[in-house]
Design a protein around this ligand. Structure first.
Ligand SMILES: [Zn+2]
Length: 442
């Protein structure tokens, strides 16, 4: 009986992939919508096996999605991670290394007129908005994370862009509703939507929040209720713009979140799997459900869009097109697991924490922390056997550690020849309050 059912569904899939031939033809006139849900761990979505139904609407999109089971982000902090999506470069290459992060010391030493130095995406680099603008799309964006700002170079090329300091999904959707007739006017559009709700502080969203047996469990339940809350607003977004029609939707997160997995909390502090493994899928009504188990990276998103939409490519990009993984594509899949992918948590001198870099290659994950006293701490995990990264193999497998360490040298040699840029960001009392609430003040 089971065998018959499996054969039956295989036949249906074959039929669908016949129809889906030539993916580029079906996408050519589509609108493109990015949905970013900040701080969303992949493993807290039912799509990635989470037993709680945190996202019924997002789950319902699976039947028309190409879902990447192992998508890695360039950083565990918003600014650098999203700059990598916007430029298809790693943080050491695009130069936006820390995002908005102030130190208490700095604010105290300059109470009259506090400013922080922030790095921005260098002007010569073409970013997501510019890229779609030049390709003839009208471009709109709403971000509920203050890092996705004009000062940091994210809004270039957008006809209209609004940045909020975590006001919540209703504000994002209200803004989009106000703009909706303009967005839906004739011609193709590109829309960037960045929800912030799962980011701390975690609100206890009714009716989904359930008190846990412990404080830690209640915290986790509040985080899950925020995902459910975001899911409700994503449903509303789909209805507002009829995204189930003629739209290529890219769904992803910038990074995950720690809940004691390695003893810590939050994000932007480590590069363990729970903060760099992010949800990533492409949804289009012409797609059939496809799971990709190879390791891919969010720097691949922009080259993939260029490839499937038939747009120009950029010589700076280091990501690769994932078009070959989409059913109906004429492109070959590339051997994604044999390509090293990187995450970087670099630090400005005024931030006292240690920088970190990580590389994943052939299912091994090496995390390197150069300490200020000159020591280098290495950790090695085997992702197939130990996806939760509890068994450090660095001492036992020096051969693998040395092989992977060589990959960092290759990365650092591959520079696009662009200088990082810095700007001063003045902080008013409101901004300092926001930074404290969001944990952006050390
Ligand atoms: Zn973030």
């Amino acid at each position: 009986m089971v065998l018959v059912a499996v054969l039956g569904s295989a036949a249906v899939l074959l039929g669908c992939s016949e129809k889906a031939k030539d993916v580029r033809t079906s996408l050519k006139d589509s609108n493109v919508v990015f949905i970013v849900v900040d701080t969303l761990r992949a493993d807290h979505l039912p799509l990635y096996g989470y037993p709680k139904d945190t996202a019924p609407f997002v789950t319902s999109l699976r039947s028309h999605s190409v879902i990447f089971d192992r998508a890695i982000s360039a950083c565990s902090s918003t600014g650098p991670a999203m700059a990598s999506v916007f430029t298809s470069l790693y943080p050491s290459q695009h130069g936006l290394i820390t995002g908005i992060l102030a130190t208490q010391r700095l604010v105290k030493s300059n109470p009259e007129n506090p400013t922080i130095k922030i790095s921005r995406i260098p002007v010569p680099l073409k970013t997501l908005g510019q890229y779609f603008k030049e390709a003839g799309y009208r471009t709109f964006g709403v971000a509920d994370n203050l890092n996705i700002s004009e000062q940091q170079g994210f809004t270039k090329g957008f006809d209209k862009f609004a940045t909020y300091r975590y006001e919540g999904a209703p504000t994002v959707n209200r803004t989009l509703r106000e703009w909706s007739s303009e967005i839906k006017a004739a011609g193709r559009y590109f829309l960037y939507v960045h929800y912030m709700d799962p980011h701390a502080p975690y609100h206890r969203r009714k009716p989904w929040f359930v008190k846990g047996a412990s404080r830690a469990e209640s915290t986790l339940n509040a985080y899950d209720s925020e995902i459910r809350y975001a899911d409700e607003h994503i449903r509303e977004l789909f209805e507002m713009f009829n995204l189930d029609r003629n739209t290529l939707v890219v769904f992803l997160s910038d990074h995950g979140e720690e809940f004691g997995d390695h003893g810590g909390s939050g994000h932007g502090k480590t590069l363990y799997r729970e903060v760099i493994h992010v949800p990533l899928f492409f949804y289009h009504p012409s797609f059939t459900e496809t799971r990709v188990t190879e390791v891919v990276h969010t720097i691949d998103v922009l080259p993939t869009l260029a490839s499937v939409l038939g747009l120009a490519t950029d010589a700076h990009w280091v990501g690769k097109s994932l078009e070959g993984f989409i059913p109906g594509s004429a492109q070959q899949r590339f051997a994604a697991d044999s390509r090293p992918v990187f995450s970087q948590l670099l630090r400005r001198p005024e931030h006292e924490k240690d920088p970190k870099e990580s590389v994943i290659h052939e299912r091994h994950h090496l995390i390197v922390t150069p300490k200020r006293d000159g020591r280098i701490v290495e950790e090695l995990y085997q992702l197939d056997e130990d996806f939760v990264e509890q068994v450090d193999l660095a001492a036992a497998r020096r051969d693998i550690v040395q092989g992977l360490a060589g990959k960092f040298r290759e990365l650092h040699e591959k520079k696009p020849g662009i200088q990082a840029e810095e700007v001063d960001l003045p902080l008013d009392a409101d901004a300092i309050r926001s930074l404290k609430t969001l944990g952006y003040l050390e």
